[in-house]
Design a protein around this ligand. Sequence first.
Ligand code: ZN
Length: 292
Amino acid sequence: MNTLRAVLQDAQAKGDAVCHFNLSDLVLLKAVLAGARELDVPVVVGLSEGEREFVGTRAIGALVRSLREEFDFPIFLNADHTHSLAKGIEAAKAGFDAIVFDLSALPFEENVRQTKQAVEALKAIHPSMMVEGEIGDIGTGSEIHDAAPDLAKGLSSPEEAKQFVESTGVDILAPAVGNMHGMLRSMVRGETKKRLDIERIASIKRATGAFLTLHGGSGTDDDDLRRAIAAGIDIVHINTELRVAWRKGLEQGLAKMPEEVVPYKILPPAVEAVKQVVLSRLRLFNGKRRAA
Ligand SMILES: [Zn+2]
């Protein structure tokens, strides 16, 4: 299984989902790879435009490819939430395996028109790159929010999902099904959970037959995640939960060694904290590991 498409088909056949973890530094990359290798399940790492700006698009392309070869391990790279064709072309040239071309903020017809153009342009550069399109409103920013935005009006319908997939030629669709980017403070404290519209997921799957991604998976009820995967979700994005763990682990490392200046001595608690979240999500999304 050396392509993301083959990995997604395999996961679909098993009733699993592939987890997509965002990263913006080596602590996160190290923790994700360690967790995935420990459970021996494929994984996707993704970087939004802001995360790529910080890490370097070509640099992360080369790094993930070299890790995949060195460990002979199915780790794939996604250009998350890309808002312009120019940024998409940069990622395609850097060898990214997938891209989320996100014009969901535009009116539907305009989203369709520009996403279709992007699918053609990106596949001309990198034919095996999988292109994901997005419809509906799931908010922005994998951060801690004080209040939930009103997403009820931005939910995706099976009709528009079908029209979008057929008109654009995307490989993967990211619908709005009750999910939301970021977490509320009460979710970070574990007092509340996001809930998903499972029926809507099932009807969108039936209408489109496309691979489906759930964005904003952090802070979601575990049982809803299991049911969402059974209803047709193929990829689950987790970002904010990793960021929360990263910060807590970093604070622990600094507190433990107030005089230390050596990064690789300070950072291991951050790697460990992130890895625990990675393991817990991968176990939930991968049935053979769930049973073990
Ligand atoms: Zn997202």
